[in-house]
Design a protein around this ligand. Structure first.
Ligand SMILES: [Zn+2]
Length: 210
């Protein structure tokens, strides 16, 4: 629920995998960093060293201005709990123009785009949530102040939505191929009484939600 964003936020694929980061108050105990096993660390370093990954990360960094524009424009579309339809339609459109012509809004109002893999690899879901905690009549106009931009929901999770689009552009630009499918999903119902219904249905073992 942070309401500001430093002008130059550096993106990394790793941060996209954890787009929704819980905010911790200054008084709270800081989270303990998880221990990373040696095989996982070695694999991570190998992936980071791959030429295609390096160029994808460079593409994401070079895309910073456009990502910020996406973030601002999406933030200014209200998406209060249980009322994400307008933002969902716009998000689907932005995925469609980036090559996912079959991107669609499902029955729960999740937006889903499928990047087909080449074989039988594991499914990877990259998601960010569309809804904000703020009620219907909240002023969502983004207000720049120096190099910071203030608006309800601009960080949580406007940044995630914009970062996901940047990953899609980097994927297109670098032609990274995955073995498993990758689902890019803008979920609903993350905040408050939403009960995580969007991401729960996305991760259900019944396959692609309809
Ligand atoms: Zn959130």
């Amino acid at each position: 629920m942070q309401s500001f964003l430093p002008r130059r936020v550096r993106l990394a694929l790793a941060c996209v995998a954890a787009m929704h980061v819980a905010t911790v108050s200054a008084q709270a105990t800081p989270p303990i960093a998880p221990t990373i096993s040696a095989p996982v660390e070695a694999t991570f370093q190998r992936v980071l060293a791959a030429a295609a990954v390096k160029s994808a990360l460079a593409a994401i960094e070079a895309d910073d201005d456009r990502t910020l524009r996406d973030q601002i424009e999406l933030t200014e579309i209200p998406a209060p709990p249980f009322n994400e339809a307008v933002r969902a339609a716009e998000y689907a459109k932005r995925l469609q123009v980036r090559g996912f012509t079959e991107a669609r809004v499902d029955k729960k109002r999740n937006v889903i785009a499928v990047g087909k893999g080449s074989g039988n690899g594991p499914l990877l879901i990259v998601s960010a949530h569309q809804d904000t905690v703020f009620p219907e009549d909240t002023d969502v106009k983004v207000k720049p102040q120096g190099e910071r931009y203030y608006a309800p929901g601009i960080y949580d999770d406007g940044r995630g939505l914009a970062a996901l689009l940047s990953v899609v552009r980097a994927r297109n630009a670098t032609q990274i191929k995955t073995v498993g499918d990758v689902w890019f999903v803008g979920t609903v119902g993350e905040e408050e009484l939403g009960d995580l219904r969007g991401v729960t249905s996305t991760c259900a073992p019944t396959g692609l939600p309809n």
